[in-house]
Design a protein around this ligand. Sequence first.
Ligand SMILES: CC(C)(COP(=O)(O)OP(=O)(O)OC[C@H]1O[C@@H](n2cnc3c(N)ncnc32)[C@H](O)[C@@H]1OP(=O)(O)O)[C@@H](O)C(=O)NCCC(=O)NCCS
Length: 178
Amino acid sequence: MYREVPLQNFILTIREAQINDAQSMIDYMQIISTESNNIGFGMGEFQMTLEQEREVIRKYSESDNSVFLVGYIDEELVSLGNLSSSARPRMRHSADLGMSVLKKYWRKGIGQAMMHALIDWAKGSGILRKINLEVTTYNTGGIALYKKMGFVTQGTISRRMLIDGEFVTTYHMGLELD
Ligand SMILES: CC(C)(COP(=O)(O)OP(=O)(O)OC[C@H]1O[C@@H](n2cnc3c(N)ncnc32)[C@H](O)[C@@H]1OP(=O)(O)O)[C@@H](O)C(=O)NCCC(=O)NCCS
């Protein structure tokens, strides 16, 4: 996967993560953990070492049904997206999707471009037939984006997270691929 997406006054480059993206990815995760209550970890909770992150990237790059995509504007990492799937024969057609965009770049089309790239990768894999994701019920922006991409709500999970002493409910959303 390699694509250059012209958006407003910049070009977003989306490609598969490589080992030498590891430090940028760690730095990025540290930033977004402070920017949103819609992801699975908070400030200071992302604890991967450089070696662990490199290992994660290596495993994704060797997989035929999982992928880690990075989105760059020039040298700045501005978005991450991943599809994570099991190797088990009964489950390998079904991926869990995660994605994020740096807050200063929200509402510029980056999230939508990353979703298109992930869905196209899934279709091109020849293996994946279903994409699942989980989103907090108050993430109206994320939900709007996912509906725009064709995802439908398939379930509600109470007490899925505990943030600042409050339980958080999530929706499961899914997209079936032809
Ligand atoms: C959700 C998120 C990925 C959206 O990324 P983005 O780059 O801002 O999204 P885009 O600019 O591509 O928006 C595409 C469309 O999604 C919808 N959308 C996105 N953000 C929205 C918002 N805050 N309110 C309403 N609709 C929104 C709109 O339909 C938008 O199209 P439009 O701008 O033409 O109206 C981003 O806000 C983010 O990273 N949030 C924090 C982490 C997170 O929530 N990750 C998802 C966890 S499930």
